[in-house]
Design a protein around this ligand. Structure first.
Ligand code: PMP
Length: 444
């Protein structure tokens, strides 16, 4: 029981937590490094130093030019583009950086309507709605679609925005083993039987299965065809988060449905973000006309939150046009071919060196397993000393014993960039003991 005479709880409980206090404080320099340039293949990283007791971080103005192996800039649109940038600058002048209004009030510009038509057409659904943030899209749409009396069955590796939306919904949440259609079916079978008359349990009002297209910490594709078949069998709705797959995978960039041969009509709710392949910000939901109409009237993030920034909207419109070849060039097709080629080259070279690498072929996301948390800062710092910026990630974003470096490959990386990155990662991996498998012998 709480005793006020002993004082109230601290305002920042996170720093009372052993894990946060003991570990993250010591490796703070590996996170939130200030960047002084656009998130291109190379970035300017501002050097920081910390004082003795590691409490204050002092910024210095020294910049190092680093190879960027951590950005979600999959198609290379984020650092400006010959087709997108002039249109974005024009929209900035015409509409200003912000609409200063919610969509339902004065925050719907012609650009928002154009983007919603375009993204619906791109992903193959009848209609779409956009939001200013991808995180908000999941955390506000899920509770608008399902609530008390509903059942969410969520992949165990789903993103935090899905977890927070699911918790906020008030629905019962069950987790199935990561990307395991057989476990999903076992959970569904049990829950559907449980929800039948005569069992003493109230029938579920609706059941929604939530998965991601490409898992962002693994680089693995969702087993979507099998999962869609199971959802059909048990009449569960399916919600697919394509944050890391839209634009980046599939022959024409249309994501995992295109890649894995799934008809978009079989996926009830398609969610995605504009912060990765399209080099902008915001999120979308694409679904039937009826669902999108309902979300416009029922979702608080549409009614009460300021709409996507118009220049950000324009950036996405222009980027999708490039991907579709509507800029009258074949740069979009070239970017898609390049990201596949780059990703497959980088992944196979890492494996040849003896690293344990997660992720499927054709996926631009790959994880280099470090396992031991103590290896994370050593790996990150040694790479940075050689001008390679990598993202390291651990609990709670991954299971405790599965700490890793997470690499994101971009179409804007040249072959020389990738060779530079591989050389540094190979050396550093040897130093910190991250090569867990025998290296493949050189072919004669
Ligand atoms: N879904 C997934 C799978 C993500 O990885 C992320 C963020 N990386 C989001 C949603 C949130 O998107 P945003 O960063 O655009 O807000």
């Amino acid at each position: 029981t709480f005793d006020p005479s002993q004082g109230y709880a601290p305002i920042c409980p996170a720093f009372e937590d052993f894990y946060t206090r003991r570990i993250y404080r010591r490796i703070q320099d590996c996170f939130g490094r200030p960047i002084a340039s656009a998130p291109d293949a190379w970035i300017d990283v501002v050097e920081r130093s910390s004082n003795d007791n590691n409490k204050t971080l002092h910024r210095t103005s020294n910049k190092s030019r680093c190879l960027n192996l951590g950005s979600y800039n999959y198609l290379g649109f984020a650092a400006g583009d010959e087709f997108c940038t002039p249109h974005v600058l024009h929209s900035l002048k015409k509409y200003a950086p912000s609409s200063c209004s919610a969509r339902a009030d004065g925050g719907t510009t012609q650009l928002h309507i154009e983007l919603e038509d375009l993204i619906a057409r791109f992903v193959g659904k009848p209609a779409a709605i956009t939001f200013a943030m991808g995180y908000v899209t999941n955390s506000f749409i899920i509770p608008t679609l399902i609530g008390e009396g509903g059942l969410i069955i969520s992949d165990s590796f789903n993103h935090n925005s899905i977890v927070s939306g699911s918790r906020a919904s008030g629905a019962t949440v069950q987790v199935f083993q990561h990307n395991s259609p057989s476990h999903l079916e076992a959970v569904l079978r049990e829950q559907v039987v449980k929800g039948q008359p005569g069992t003493g349990h109230k029938p579920w009002r609706k059941i929604m299965v939530i998965v991601e297209g490409v898992y962002s910490m693994e680089g693995e594709f969702c087993k979507l065809p099998e999962i869609v078949a199971i959802c059909k069998k048990y009449k569960a709705y399916i919600y697919l988060d394509e944050a890391h797959s839209i634009g980046a995978v599939g022959k024409s960039g249309r994501g995992v449905c295109e890649l894995l041969g799934v008809d978009p009509a079989d996926v009830d709710i398609m969610m995605g973000t504009f912060t990765k392949s399209f080099g902008s910000c915001g999120g979308y939901i694409a679904a039937s006309e009826e669902i999108i109409q309902y979300l416009k009237y029922a979702c608080p993030a549409h009614i009460y939150a300021t709409s996507m920034s118009p220049p950000a909207v324009q950036q996405v419109i222009s980027a999708i046009k490039v991907v579709l070849g509507e800029d009258r060039s074949n740069r979009g097709a070239k970017k898609l071919a390049k990201i596949r080629e780059n990703s497959n080259f980088f992944r196979s070279e890492l494996k040849k060196m003896g690293f344990v690498v997660l992720g499927d072929n054709d996926s631009p996301v790959m994880a280099i397993m470090l396992y031991n948390l103590a290896k994370l800062p050593a790996f990150s710092r040694a790479c940075l000393r050689q001008n390679v910026a990598v993202v390291i990630t651990a609990y709670p974003a991954t299971p405790v014993l599965l700490a890793r470096a997470r690499i994101c490959i971009s179409a804007s990386h040249s072959k020389e960039d990738l060779i530079t990155g591989l050389k540094v990662i190979g050396e550093v991996g040897g130093l910190v003991g991250a090569k867990c498998l025998p290296a493949e012998p050189e072919k004669a």
